[in-house]
Design a protein around this ligand. Structure first.
Ligand SMILES: [Zn+2]
Length: 94
């Protein structure tokens, strides 16, 4: 995937990025291996809506745990490993 940045007309290339997932002020988790378009000029990040949705799904149990009080450690989640699991799960239901 390669396209032109909406903001500066730089070139956006897909890389595997690190992404902090926050809920309000609370850091929930840090995702690694997240496919993300990054502008080579202004550094703007672009996420696929599917990617954003899957991160929401993966982080949801951790967000629910916030009811028990703020957590002190945010786990590191390898997005690429989970994504394959999610794809396999949806393939079974199809
Ligand atoms: Zn840009």
């Amino acid at each position: 995937m390669k396209f032109t940045c909406d903001f500066c007309e730089g070139t956006v290339r897909t890389e595997l990025a690190r992404r902090e997932y926050r809920w309000g002020d609370q850091l929930i988790a840090t995702f690694v291996g997240v496919p993300c378009g990054i502008c080579d000029r202004c550094g703007e990040h672009y996420f696929d809506s599917d990617v954003a949705r899957e991160m929401d799904l993966l982080a949801q149990p951790l967000v629910l745990q916030l009811d028990d009080g703020p957590s002190t450690d945010a786990p590191l989640i390898d997005y690429s490993a989970h994504r394959h699991a999610l794809q396999a799960a949806s393939a079974h239901t199809a």
